[in-house]
Design a protein. Structure first.
Length: 261
């Protein structure tokens, strides 16, 4: 009798321990969609953002092309990008309203709609696509995320725990890449690296984000380097100089009237 009671008690303890362990693992599992959305809140503002940056385009055996630009964003549906320098690009603007993207060239005083099929081409010949800059696609809505584990590489570099996420394109999503890999710092939600895969499972480009600084009252990576793996020596870098977050931006900023002024 005592032996049966002992076995029953041990079995109950084992079940309890197993359940507790499972609950602990569940508690440790982050909400991956919220993780992706939080990154957007950080870099794009919970309500709005205003950012000044430079874009450097590098090509083999050619001088570096440097452009200065300003980007305003309000919510997730509206953004305006305006190029300030050099003179050849000054006044070129790109307006996003929802999924629609329009460009304006002051030289020809012409407004043009950029169709979805061109959203993943390089903006002004850079390695950053229109989608990269205006953020038309959504990591949390267009992809299904899966946690692969923690990065040993970033741990050894002193970044602490860094999640490695695999994102698989949803069946109805109109995005260019079937699969992405993201490296996101656990404590800060900052994106540190992103890989882009084609339909054959090959890495076609990757982006690394570094030089984390306090800009606009929050710490963000200020240097974003995009490397084209299909064209040796092609890379572009965005350097963020200034940023302001959650100001009350006027709605007129995101209209045709401002785009073509």
């Amino acid at each position: 009798m005592h032996s049966k009671l002992l076995r029953a008690s041990l079995f109950a303890l084992a079940i309890g321990a197993s359940t507790s362990a499972a609950e602990a693992r569940a508690d440790d599992q982050p909400d991956l969609r919220k993780l992706c959305d939080k990154w957007l809140d950080i870099i794009q503002g919970e309500k709005s953002s205003e950012m000044t940056s430079s874009m450097l385009v590098e090509r083999p055996n050619q001088p570096v092309i440097e452009r200065k630009m300003k980007l305003w964003a309000k919510g997730r549906d509206n953004s305006l990008t305006e190029f300030l320098e050099p003179a050849a690009d000054k006044g070129k603007r790109f307006l996003k309203n929802g999924k629609d993207l329009w460009s304006y060239d002051p030289t020809y005083r012409r407004k043009t709609r950029i169709p979805p099929s061109l959203m993943f081409q390089g903006m002004l010949g850079s390695d950053f696509t229109y989608d990269d800059v205006v953020r038309a696609s959504s990591l949390s809505q267009d992809y299904d995320p899966k946690l692969q584990g923690l990065s040993k590489e970033y741990k050894e570099k002193g970044y602490g725990d860094v999640y490695v996420l695999e994102l698989t394109r949803k069946a109805n999503a109109t995005v260019a890449y079937p699969r992405l890999e993201l490296w996101m710092q656990k404590d800060t939600n900052l994106l540190l690296k992103q890989r882009y895969y084609d339909g054959e499972g090959k890495v076609v480009r990757y982006m690394i984000l570094y030089e984390i600084k306090d800009v606009g009252g929050r710490k963000i990576p200020t240097v974003w380097k995009m490397v084209d793996e299909t064209k040796k020596g092609n890379q572009s870098t965005i350097v963020i100089h200034e940023a302001k977050y959650n100001d009350d931006l006027a709605n007129d900023l995101f209209t045709d009237r401002y785009l073509t002024k």
